[in-house]
Design a protein around this ligand. Sequence first.
Ligand SMILES: Cc1cc2nc3c(=O)[nH]c(=O)nc-3n(C[C@H](O)[C@H](O)[C@H](O)COP(=O)(O)O)c2cc1C
Length: 175
Amino acid sequence: VTTILGLCGSLRAASLNAMLLRALARLAPPGIDVRTDAGLGTLPLFNPDLEPLDPPPVAALRARIIAADALLIASPEYAHGVSGVVKNALDWMVGNESFVDKPVALLNASPRASIAQAALRETLATMSARVIERACVAVPLLGGNLDEDALVAHPLHAPALGDALRALAAAAGTR
Ligand SMILES: Cc1cc2nc3c(=O)[nH]c(=O)nc-3n(C[C@H](O)[C@H](O)[C@H](O)COP(=O)(O)O)c2cc1C
């Protein structure tokens, strides 16, 4: 089984990015297990002084990232940047190298939000993660009226999301 951990950059209850990750978990073909409970909101704010103490939420996330074969990152764009929630999580993982050579797919719930995606790519390249381009998908959820069930049943988006998962799992298998 290929284990994929989804990191959601929004803490909003009605988050479109969280919905996208939940839809991917439901669309995962047999042999691919997508987890959406990474809990980035439980991390303290990054402070290098705390790194030697290895705060339990940080240790737990690091262990789950290391155990995962691949990662999905779904982050909103806030004021032309990546969300602080995602950046905070990434900053905690820089020093422990859990992202090195990790296959990562970027999800985007708003195709006009391209600046944050570019910033995320730059950060991930610096962390030596492996962004798998053919597994990256933008789904125009912002301003639309698709709910999770409609997304999972969508004639175009559902197959595209399934293909993205298969591409990510294939990349993870060639590590
Ligand atoms: C404070 C704030 C700033 C935002 N800035 C941008 C932006 O610069 N570009 C953009 O495309 N969308 C921007 N948005 C729209 C969000 O990306 C959009 O609402 C997205 O759906 C939020 O993600 P979520 O639904 O997962 O919570 C902003 C939203 C907020 C609340």
